[in-house]
Each structure stands twice: as C-alpha cells, then as structure tokens.
Write a protein that binds this ligand. Structure first.
Ligand code: AMP
Ligand code: TRP
Length: 335
C-alpha cells in the first residue's frame, strides 16, 4: 500500500441481494483498480438503514457483501475492506458537513426525489434527505482522489465536490476535491423487463434483475424472458433498448466489443443470442458464487478482515476528522 498511490473510495449498501448491475457497474471495475490505487472498499450499512431493514437480513447481507467483494477478486491484503459503522469518523464528519449543507440542494437530488415518493404516505425519513451528506463524508475523510461508481451516482459526487469546496473556502484547505470515475460498458445495466429503467435490486419484479447469486437455470429463464422488440436484429442502438442492454451484458462478460457482437449474430434473430448471453453470465458468475459460499463458511475470517480494515480506515479517517473539528472551532480531546 504505497503512500504515494492515489486514493480510491467506494461502497455498496447491504440493502438487498446484489444484481449484475452492482457487479458490472461497480465491483468488477474495483478489481481492476486495486494494483494502481490505494483502495478503500466499504460496506455502507449506515446508508442501508435510510430505508427500513429487517435486522437479521441486514446482518446476513453485510457478511455476504464482504464475501462477494473478496470472491470477485478484491484482495483483502491489498485493499482496505471494512464496514462503515465500524468507523465512527464517518458519522462525526457527516454531522459537521450536515451543518454546511442546505435543505434545498439535498431535496433537489434525483435519488431523494425518487426514493421519497415511495414514502409520501407513511412519512419520508430524514435519513433519506441526509444520505448524500454521509456519502460525501465517506469520501472526503479519506482524501479520496477517485470514486468509482455507476452513472446513477454522479449527482451525489457533484454534491460531494460542492460540500468539499464550500468547507475549504469557509475554513481553509481541508479536503481534496474528488472525482467520479464512471465505467464505460457496465455504467448502466438496465432492467430486463423495462430496459429504459436501471436494473435495481429493489424492484418488485424479480424477472427485471439478475442477482450475482442466481443459479444457472434462473439466469437462463430470466434472460429468455427479457423484453426485446419485434425488429429481430441484434443491433446496438437506442431504438432497441432491450437488445442493447443484453449486448452490454454480453460485452461485460466476454470483453467482446458491441460491434463484434453485432457481426457474430448477423441474420440470426434473438433466440441463439439470448442463449449465449445467459451462458456468458453463467461462466462469469458461477466461480464467484462458489467462492462466496466457501467464504461464508468461515465467518471469523470475514470478521477478521473487517476488523483489520476498520483499524486502518479509522487511522486515516480520524486524522481528517480532527482537522475538521479544529477548523470549525471545537476543542480537541486530550490524547
Ligand atoms: P447500490 O445498489 O445503489 O448500493 O449501488 C452500488 C453500486 O452499484 C453503485 O456504484 C451503483 O452506481 C452501482 N449500480 C447499481 N445498479 C446499477 C446498474 N443497474 N448499472 C450499473 N451500476 C449500478
Ligand atoms: N450511494 C451509493 C449507492 O447507492 C453508495 C455509497 C455510499 C457510496 N457512500 C459511498 C459510493 C461513497 C461511493 C462512495 O450506490
């Protein structure tokens, strides 16, 4: 972990079973970055409770997420893998940043608007509004240079930059200004049923998503049922969003370009193409599934990784939080 390497921070919420959107949009790219950067890969459980969670499911998914990071190829020796709630600095930094954020800018976030619609009748939790401030804290306390996320998170990264700049100009230079890092191919995997919407683990229709842990026969069935069109040509175009999405998925699995995929399926219709997409996914996911199941048998190994990760993360994060406290005028506790 070279001191001079640039810093990467990213995280996923343990709020549902992970989809291939999370895998191609996030995890698979993280693996590629681990040699070049000093990476902090977090399980953001504090974010997960901004909507209601069943405690036992949250616990199970948190462990499964750690296992998935490792099974996908994120090396716990090279990277800092940890659970957000194990590092209190995230919450301390969030409170301070909260006090420099405006309700107006937070309520303009697309994700807040989308998520809060669901809760209009039952009451919109304050955590949903403050969610991106916690995300900004996550990133800024590690002085991260780059934040690899899917396209849906770009607005939150913009806000993080705004909050960092505002704090720096109010209290003097404190934070590095981070940049988003959006992958090209897997940037947005779409729903298999409504391919103009993003594939989401919180969708009510299980046919709309494929989970990293879906067994082969389920993958085959879901791909076979994926909505396409009646044009009948495998072509990479916005006019055929269903086909385009399946091509993206195939490209993410095999590394083939979408132009090559077009060529390969010229004049063939959708049946064979869909079979091959399913097969490519199974090839990609099966080894990961086996490894996840293996790792979940040894919970103390996973907990040990998180413990070491949290120690390293706390050390770095506490330095930034002390700086923040000093700058806003708090008296630091005696060491
Ligand atoms: P979330 O599931 O919202 O916690 O997202 C975790 C990570 O996966 C973030 O970097 C998202 O941008 C990414 N992600 C989630 N869904 C998709 C999708 N359908 N396509 C690409 N990336 C996604
Ligand atoms: N908001 C992100 C998502 O839903 C998860 C997240 C929380 C995150 N904190 C982060 C991502 C910090 C990157 C960096 O996908």
């Amino acid at each position: 972990m070279g001191e001079n390497k640039k810093v990467i921070f990213s995280g996923i919420q343990p709020s549902g079973e992970l989809t291939i959107g999370n895998y191609f949009g996030a995890i698979k790219n993280w693996v590629k970055l681990q040699d070049e950067y000093d990476c902090y890969y977090c399980i953001v459980d504090l974010h997960a409770i901004t909507v209601k969670q069943e405690p036992k499911d949250l616990r199970r998914r948190t462990l499964q997420l750690i296992a998935t990071y490792i099974a996908s190829g994120i090396d716990p020796e090279k990277n800092t893998i940890f659970i957000q709630s194990h590092v209190p600095a995230h919450v301390q930094a969030q409170w301070i940043l909260n006090c420099t954020s405006y309700v107006g800018e937070l309520s303009r976030m697309t994700q807040f608007k989308d998520k809060s619609k669901k809760y209009e009748d039952t009451g919109i939790g304050a955590g949903l509004l403050n969610y991106p401030v916690l995300m900004a804290a996550d990133i800024l306390i590690y002085q991260a240079d780059l934040v690899p996320v899917g396209k849906d998170q770009t607005q939150h990264i913009e806000l993080t930059r705004d909050l960092a700049q505002r704090f720096n100009s109010t209290y003097s230079e404190t934070f590095k200004i981070p940049e988003g890092y959006i992958p090209t191919g897997g940037a947005k995997i779409m729903s298999l049923q409504e391919p103009i919407k993003k594939m989401s683990k919180s969708s009510d229709n299980p046919n709309s998503f494929i989970l990293i842990m879906d067994p082969p026969e389920v993958i085959k069935r879901k791909v076979a049922r994926a909505v396409t069109d009646n044009i009948g040509v495998v072509k990479y175009t916005d006019d055929q969003p269903g086909v385009k999405n399946l091509m993206n998925i195939m490209s993410c699995c095999t590394g083939m370009s979408t132009a090559d995929i077009e060529k390969k399926y010229e004049g063939q219709g959708y049946a064979k193409f869909k079979e091959d997409v399913a097969e490519a996914l199974i090839q990609e996911l099966e080894p990961i599934q086996n490894k996840v199941n293996e790792l979940l048998k040894d919970k103390s190994y996973l907990q040990d990784i998180c413990k070491k990760g949290a120690q390293k993360a706390s050390y770095v994060a506490n330095k930034t939080v002390s700086k923040m406290m000093r700058k806003v005028g708090f008296i630091l506790p005696e060491k």
